[in-house]
Design a protein around this ligand. Structure first.
Ligand code: G
Ligand code: G
Ligand code: MN
Length: 546
C-alpha cells in the first residue's frame, strides 16, 4: 500500500504544483499590472499638483499686476494721502495682497498703504518678471522669517516704483487635487532660482524612490517641483492592492473549483457515458450456472455483467470493463452489480446454502482493502451469506501489488468469502506465483478444457493442475465446457465442477431463477428437494438473447 500511497501523493503534488503555477501566473500578472497602475497614478498625482501650483502662482501674479497697472494708470507715484488711499483700496480689493508700497531706488519702502513700513525686510532675490517690461519680482524675507513675493512696477518718469507684497503661502497649493492634505513636498521658485516657498519635507532618498514632477511656468518663469516618496504612496494604496489580489485569487479559485466540480457533459466521452449508464442502472447481472458433473446438481453460478442499453441491445463486458477499470469506475460498477444480485437472486440463493455465487473482481480492487468493507456491507445485509460468496481474480492480468492483494484476500477470507483464480493457464504470472495468494479455487480455462482428450500435453497439464489443487485443498472448476464428451473426460480426471454452454450460457436473472426452481424446488418446509439433473441440459435452449 506504501507505493500506492506514494504514487497517489506524487501525482497529486504534481497536479497541485501545476495548479499553483497556472493560478499563480495570473496573480503575478495582476500584481504587476496593479503596481504599474499605482505607479502611473502616483506620477499623475505629482504632475497634477505641480500644474496646479503653477496655475496658482500665475493667477496670483495676474491679479497683482492688474492692480498695479490700475494704480500706475491712475498716476499713483508718490506718498501723497490720495495715492495712499488708492493703494489701500487696491490692496483691499486684491486678495491676497498684504501691502502696497511706494519703493525707493534702493528697494526700501518709502511708504505703504497701511501708513507705515512693515519693519525690516531682507531682499532674498530680485529679477525682472518674464513677459512684462517694467515689472520686477522680488523674494523678501520678513522679520519673522516668513517669506513674501513682492511685485514691483517701475513708475514712468520716476526713480520710484510701486510694489505689492503677497505672502509666499499664497503661491503654494495647500490641498492636493483630491482635496486631502498632501504628503508630497512642494517647492516654488522664481526663474532665477529665488526660493518663494516650500511645503512638506523634501524626500531624501534617491530619485527613483520618489515620484517627482518639475514644471516651469511659461508666462512668468516660476519653477515648481512636487515630489512624493514612492513607498508612502504605495503603502497608502496597499489596501487596494491587497483587495485586488484577494478578488483575483477568489476569481481564479472559483474558476479552478468549478472546472473541477462541474463535470463537463460531453455526450461523446465514453467515461461520461459509462457514468450515465451506471446511474441509469443499465449494467445487469447475467448468471452462468456451475454444475456438479458427478451428481448433476447445481453448485452455483458465475455472475457476468451485461450492459443493457436503452435500445434493448446487449453489450458484452469485453468492450467496457477495460474502460471501467482505467477510469476507476469498476469499484462502483462491481458494488452495484453485487447489490443487484442480492436484490434479484438473494432470496433464492440464500435459501439454498449449498449454492455459491461468483463475482469477477478486477485485480486492482484487491490493491486496497476498502473492497473488504464493501463486500461485508453488501452481504451482511442480504440473504446471501458471506460463505456463499466467491470472488474471482483473473490470472490474465498481472498483479500490481502482490503484498496488498494477499492481505486483502486474507481479510476477505476472514469474512468467510472464498477466492478463485480465474482463467488459469492463460496468464503470465505463473501458477505458483498465483497460488502464493492463498486462494481457495482454481478455474481451468476453456483453452485447456478444449484440449483434453485431443492434446496429450494439455491433458497432462490439467492432470497436474488437478493434483496440485487437491494437494492444496483447493476446488477446481472447469470453464467453457461445450460437449458431453468433455464432461466425461473431466469427470474421469476427478473434476467435480464445470460451467459451459453444454449446461447453460449466461442467463438473465429471471431465467436463472426459473432454472433454480426447476432443478432444485423448495419444499413447503423450505428444504431443497432432490435434484433434477436431467433438466439442466434444457437450459441450453434459453439463449442469452432471449
Ligand atoms: O461474459 P463474457 O462472456 O463475455 O465475459 C467476458 C469477460 O468479462 C470474462 O472473462 C469476465 O472475467 C469479465 N467480466 C464479466 N463480468 C465482469 C464483472 O462484473 N467484473 C469484471 N471485472 N469482469 C467481468
Ligand atoms: O470470467 P471468465 O473469463 O471465466 O468468463 C467466462 C467467459 O466465457 C464469458 O465470456 C462467458 O460468456 C464465456 N463462456 C461461458 N461458457 C462458455 C462456453 O461453453 N463456450 C464459450 N466459447 N464461452 C463460454
Ligand atoms: Mn470468471
Amino acid at each position: 500500500m506504501g507505493t500506492v500511497l506514494r504514487g497517489f501523493t506524487r501525482r497529486h503534488i504534481f497536479a497541485i504544483a501545476v495548479g499553483v503555477l497556472l493560478a499563480g501566473a495570473p496573480l503575478i500578472a495582476f500584481d504587476v499590472w496593479l503596481s504599474g497602475l499605482i505607479d502611473q497614478q502616483g506620477q499623475a498625482d505629482v504632475d497634477t499638483s505641480a500644474q496646479r501650483a503653477i496655475s496658482l502662482a500665475e493667477a496670483r501674479v495676474d491679479r497683482v499686476i492688474d492692480v498695479l497697472d490700475e494704480l500706475a494708470a491712475a498716476g499713483a507715484g508718490s506718498c501723497t494721502p490720495e495715492n495712499m488711499a488708492a493703494m489701500r483700496q487696491g490692496a483691499f480689493e486684491a486678495f491676497p495682497i498684504k501691502e502696497i508700497a511706494i519703493i525707493g531706488p534702493d528697494g526700501r519702502a518709502l511708504c505703504t498703504d497701511l501708513g507705515l513700513p512693515l519693519g525690516h525686510r531682507n531682499i532674498v532675490s530680485s529679477e525682472p518678471l518674464p513677459g512684462s517690461l517694467d515689472t520686477w519680482i522680488d523674494v523678501i524675507q520678513l522679520l519673522g522669517g516668513e517669506r513674501a513675493v513682492r511685485l514691483r512696477r517701475k513708475l514712468a518718469g520716476s526713480a520710484e516704483s510701486i510694489g505689492a507684497l503677497v505672502p509666499a503661502i499664497g503661491f503654494l497649493p495647500q490641498l492636493t487635487a483630491r482635496g486631502d492634505g498632501s504628503s508630497a513636498y512642494t517647492r516654488v521658485e522664481t526663474r532665477g532660482g529665488g526660493l518663494i516657498g516650500q511645503l512638506g519635507v523634501r524626500p531624501t532618498a534617491g530619485a527613483s524612490a520618489n515620484f517627482v514632477s518639475r514644471k516651469n511656468s511659461r508666462r512668468y518663469g516660476f519653477r515648481v517641483e512636487v515630489s512624493l516618496p514612492r513607498g508612502g504612496f504605495i503603502a497608502k494604496h496597499a489596501g487596494i492592492e491587497r483587495l485586488g489580489m484577494l478578488v483575483t485569487a477568489g476569481v481564479i479559485l472559483a474558476l479552478v473549483c468549478s472546472s473541477i466540480l462541474i463535470p463537463r457533459r460531453d455526450p461523446n466521452n465514453p467515461v461520461d457515458e459509462l457514468k450515465r449508464a451506471m446511474a441509469a442502472g443499465e449494467f445487469v447481472p447475467y448468471y452462468q450456472p456451475i454444475v456438479d458433473i458427478r451428481s448433476g446438481q447445481l453448485r452455483g453460478a458465475e455472475v457476468l455483467v451485461r450492459w443493457k442499453k436503452p435500445d434493448g441491445s446487449l453489450v458484452l463486458p469485453g468492450s467496457f470493463i477495460p474502460l471501467a477499470e482505467s477510469s476507476g469506475l469498476i469499484r462502483g460498477m462491481t458494488r452495484d452489480l453485487m447489490r443487484r444480485v442480492c436484490v434479484e437472486a438473494g432470496a433464492a440463493i440464500g435459501r439454498r446454502p449449498a449454492l455459491k455465487i461468483s463475482f469477477n473482481f478486477s485485480g486492482q480492487l484487491f490493491s486496497n482493502d476498502s473492497i473488504v468493507k464493501d463486500v461485508r456491507a453488501i452481504f451482511s445485509n442480504s440473504p446471501i451469506k458471506l460463505s456463499q460468496v466467491v470472488l474471482e481474480v483473473t490470472e490474465r492480468d498481472p498483479i500490481e501489488n502482490f503484498t496488498a492483494t494477499r492481505q486483502t484476500i486474507a481479510a476477505l477470507q476472514g469474512l468467510g468469502v472464498r477466492i478463485a483464480i480465474d482463467d488459469v493457464g492463460t496468464g503470465h504470472s505463473g501458477l505458483s506465483y498465483m497460488l502464493k495468494l492463498g486462494v481457495d479455487i482454481i478455474k481451468i480455462d476453456k483453452m485447456f478444457v478444449d484440449a483434453i482428450g485431443t492434446d496429450r500435453n494439455s491433458t497432462t497439464i490439467v492432470e497436474t493442475l488437478i493434483d496440485l489443487a487437491h494437494n492444496m485443498r483447493m476446488d477446481v472448476v472447469a470453464e467453457g465446457v461445450e460437449s458431453f464428451e468433455q464432461v466425461t473426460h473431466l469427470r474421469d480426471l476427478g473434476i467435480r465442477s464445470a460451467q459451459g454452454y453444454v449446461f447453460a450460457p449466461p442467463l438473465p436473472g429471471s431465467a436463472f431463477l426459473q432454472l433454480i426452481e426447476a432443478i432444485d424446488p423448495m419444499s413447503a418446509a423450505g428444504e431443497p428437494s432432490a435434484a433434477a439433473p436431467t433438466r439442466l441440459a434444457l437450459a441450453r435452449n434459453r439463449s442469452e438473447a432471449a
